[in-house]
Design a binder for this molecule. Sequence first.
Ligand code: 5GP
Length: 183
Amino acid sequence: MRADIQEILLDEEALEKRVSELGAKISEEYDGMNPILIGILKGSGIFLSDLMRKITIPMEIDFLKASSYGSSAQSSGVVQLENDLSVDVRGRTIILVEDIVDTGNTLKYLLERFASLGAVEVKVCSLLNKAGRREQNVVADYIGFEIPDAFVVGYGLDFAQKYRNLPYIGILKKEIYQYRPKK
Ligand code: 5GP
């Protein structure tokens, strides 16, 4: 798998340090609020499991599955909800945990949905942000790292379901995929 990676962007040490910082910040800012961390599967699975162990206040978790990529490296722009929540979010404080915000289509869809379900407050914690590719006017409240316009895999992020188990985040070699940077 390593041979498919053009460059390691974020190694294990950098990821651990930043995830610890985010956990400390959330613990401080949400003290007494019992937030629900909602992981957007499958990409945010590793991030959420590491992040929650750095959070020192009472909290809950849930998951939903949304996709806009299909099996290609180019977002389809159409967000689909494949699995929904198992908890009632009415009156609750929510932190959406994303692997990456790219075009912003997924986030826009989810923020509108949670507002309509009656959540009191919805904040977003995304490990990665590709600000240069935004199509929607959405921002994450907590961001792990700003990254360039490249297709990345590892630490939960996939290409055609592979590479999620890499312990680092790396740029996938161009010959492995057909990715068109945004003009
Ligand atoms: P958006 O709706 O913001 O365009 O995309 C959000 C989703 O697209 C992310 O949760 C992620 O699953 C996928 N995505 C966006 N950029 C990348 C990338 O560089 N690598 C991988 N593996 N997935 C990406």
